[in-house]
Design a protein around this ligand. Sequence first.
Ligand code: TXA
Ligand code: MG
Length: 290
Amino acid sequence: MLLPTETVYGLGADAADPAAVAAIFEAKGRPRFNPLIAHVHDAETAARIAAFDDRALALAAAFWPGPLTIVAPIRDPAAVCDLARAGLDTVAIRVPGHPLSRAVLAAFGGPVVAPSANRSGRPSPTTFADAFAETGDKAAAALDGGPCQVGLESTVVAVLDGPVRLLRPGAVTRAQLEAVVGPLAPADDDARRSPGRLALHYAPDAPVRIDAPEPRPGEAFLAFGPWPAGEAVLNLSPAGDLAEAAANLFAFLRAADRLNPTAIAVAPIPDEGLGEAINDRLRRAAGFVG
Ligand code: TXA
Ligand code: MG
């Protein structure tokens, strides 16, 4: 089922049913070693499925429902099948904030795995039309929840042994996390620890050129802050607002792609707050991994 969340559209299936989960991997062309996020209605359900320590409980209380995914040891392996976890003894779990996904989760009762509804390696869909174009033909049902408010995938943290580790920056910022659990693990090799984060990702068809002060002839340009309007110019946020830029990012990468440019040049984005997540996605779209 195509399912709107506050971050991006997901392609959802019963987390306990290996055949349904296999169909999700198939529809996305996703490698089987890349585990899925289980979505549940509330923190109590999450804590039955995963082993939450005090830090995980504090993060859940602070940010759920909302764009945070917590990776914790699996407690009920049947609830989120082996295939969904890619055989790991941990599970990624989140309580989404969008009213439509909340209604589905309440009605269904159990956990629903939902990767972003793009085909593997492509930008995540943030509108119903983009989601439908990516994997709509593979879904038994599709829910139109309008454009996604956040526009970037959830922040993923691992709450295991040692300090909490940021596996994927997202709408919940490093500073917000640290306000709840104290200093996070050093950033050194974070990216390598989340199995799905190794390959080229979030990529449109055109090459992406980041930190571009201005476009070259033939390029589309994603501007940030004041910039003169132009034929192939899309402004992520004329006001220089990071939340607005995050919400526009994936839809604008797709729109720029449709212009058939030689490349998509993207203006420098400040690396603070939400900018960390935006720059993470841009580096990956540009093919710089890690
Ligand atoms: O905002 C979101 O999180 C969206 C919406 C639909 O909820 N979903 C999403 O799912 O982005 P997906 O499958 O595209 O990304 C899941 C990420 C991957 O990077 C995956 O490797 C990581 O979470 N992940 C899942 N289980 C994990 C685990 N046990 N340990 C470490 N990383 C895990
Ligand atoms: Mg994804």
